[in-house]
Design a protein around this ligand. Structure first.
Ligand code: FMN
Length: 195
């Protein structure tokens, strides 16, 4: 799977990605520390979560779809907390991949390439009957990831991918998130109108 996925494109063929694959006790230790951090109220940079306008409504929309599929009511604080916690536990998947890159590479340029790798991993996983979820939640606490992976400040932690055989009976797995109509997001130039 990784051999396939690392055929991803990268600017100047820099191949900026570095990959950690985790399972068993190694993954469980991160899950435990993540959940401990979550409940201890450690401050995190939530810049990416602060959205407005259409971006906010899309985020709220998919969250509502998921909570509805799971039968979790808005006012059910305990179940909502349980749902939130799952991301920090890599959705209890048996394995997870963490993608990171060297800080000597410009993050705004080369993060894109790591994203291409992430997408390839998800597609290659499908080929092997595996399901994935790309996630930031699992790598929210950079100190946790650095400690368990032995990474220094010279590495930028990009994202995690939870991976395992999908359970078709788990209600959230039946959710299909919507997409905008192509006309709303695409501009066409130089095309002749059909006569
Ligand atoms: C970079 C990135 C980070 C994400 N982080 C999370 C996350 O922390 N938790 C989560 O449940 N989903 C996460 N997702 C999944 C998105 O929420 C999901 O892709 C989106 O809602 C569209 O749903 P779909 O992938 O089922 O079409 C992430 C996806 C990407 C690409």
């Amino acid at each position: 799977m990784l051999r396939l996925a690392t055929r991803a494109v990268s600017a100047t063929n820099a191949q900026p990605w570095e990959i950690a694959v985790l399972t068993g006790e190694a993954l469980d230790a991160i899950r435990a520390d993540n959940v401990e951090h979550l409940h201890s109220g450690v401050e995190v940079d939530e810049t990416y979560g602060k959205l407005e306008g259409v971006y906010r409504s899309r985020k709220v929309g998919v969250a509502k779809q998921l909570l509805s599929a799971m039968g979790i009511a808005r006012e059910d604080r305990a179940r909502r907390d349980w749902w939130l916690e799952r991301g920090y536990r890599f959705f209890d998947a048996p394995a997870a991949i963490i993608l990171y890159m060297d800080c000597q590479l410009d993050i705004s340029t080369y993060r894109f390439d790591v994203g291409c790798l992430a997408q390839n991993i998800c597609l290659a996983a499908e080929e092997f009957g595996l399901g994935t979820c790309v996630e930031y939640q699992g790598v929210t606490y950079k100190d946790v990831i650095r400690k368990h992976l032995g990474l220094g400040e010279d590495k930028h932690i990009v994202c995690a991918i939870a991976i395992g055989y999908p359970d078709p009976d788990f209600p959230a797995n039946g959710v299909v998130s919507p997409r905008e109509e192509l006309d709303a997001i695409t501009a066409w130039y130089g095309f002749e109108p059909r006569t």
